[in-house]
Design a protein around this ligand. Structure first.
Ligand code: PEP
Length: 256
């Protein structure tokens, strides 16, 4: 297997509270002392709690930078009259290293297109953050045998504006829509096949296909993480539901 950065990112979605942060983060960090030195753990709370997560992680300075934090979404605009939005620069100002972009919930519930995702990726990398760019097919697309094609198109469109010198700021997350929050996971073999196909797409785009981390997401749990992460082209995971439990999430991180 090629040597690549390994990453486990926990997407809290719209869950958590100040008291959750103050209990969960110390509990999690206490369970990550034996983490593999090559693995990065990214905590991705709702943006209003990023400052609190940051403070908790910084209290355990010895674990940085292996344990870091990020944002779930930023605006496609740099700044201005966009009530309710946050800018990539603001995420950077809060010390974020990563930002999720193009999550299927953003695409389906907030009508984000590949073009919007591409504009957000541009903002994210321009401000020195790493974009975790989510792609994945729906159930009907998979059943129609179109999974590879759909994902290839998303990868090409979402990465269309990445400057040639910023590929080290890109992580892709393959998240089949039918596996997110459903308890259904792609088989390790099916996930690996899509990951391998994504590397081919990246190669065709003249991107450094062998060094870009590719994460799998969709109902990753302690009991399936090891098999998924053992696949040659799966470099870690984007974890939703199971990231809210320190015991489960730490087990997934250790499996990486
Ligand atoms: C996600 O939110 O990116 C995700 C994969 O969720 P879950 O792990 O709950 O399926």
């Amino acid at each position: 297997r090629q040597h690549r950065q390994r990453i486990v990112a926990g997407n809290w979605k719209m869950h958590g509270s100040r008291s959750f942060v103050s209990e969960y983060v110390p509990a999690l960090l206490g369970k990550l002392d034996t983490l593999d030195a090559d693995t990065r753990v990214v905590l991705i709370p709702p943006s209003i709690y990023i400052g609190e997560v940051r403070a908790q992680v910084q209290n355990r300075a010895t674990q940085q930078p292996r344990i870091t934090w990020g944002a779930q979404n930023v605006s496609a605009e740099a700044e201005g009259a966009f009530t309710g939005e946050i800018a990539a620069e603001m995420a950077r100002d809060q010390g974020c290293d990563y930002c999720i972009v193009g999550h299927s919930e953003r695409r389906h519930l907030f009508a984000e297109t590949d073009e919007v995702v591409a504009a957000k990726v541009e903002q994210i990398v321009a401000h020195g953050l790493t974009a975790i760019v989510c792609v994945g097919e729906t159930l009907s697309q998979r059943q129609a045998g179109q999974a590879e094609q759909v994902v290839a198109r998303q990868v090409e469109a979402c990465l269309a504006k990445v400057p040639g010198n910023s590929w080290d700021k890109i992580v892709l997350a393959y998240e089949p829509v039918w596996a997110i929050g459903t308890g259904k996971t792609a088989s390790a073999g099916d996930a690996q096949a899509i990951h391998a196909s994504i590397r081919k797409v990246l190669e065709n785009m003249q991107a450094p296909a062998q060094t870009i981390p590719l994460l799998y997401g969709g109902s990753v749990k302690p009991d399936n993480a090891e098999e998924l992460f053992a696949q040659p082209d799966i470099d870690g995971g984007l974890v939703g539901g199971a990231s809210l439990d320190a015991e489960s999430f730490s087990a997934i991180c250790r499996a990486c």
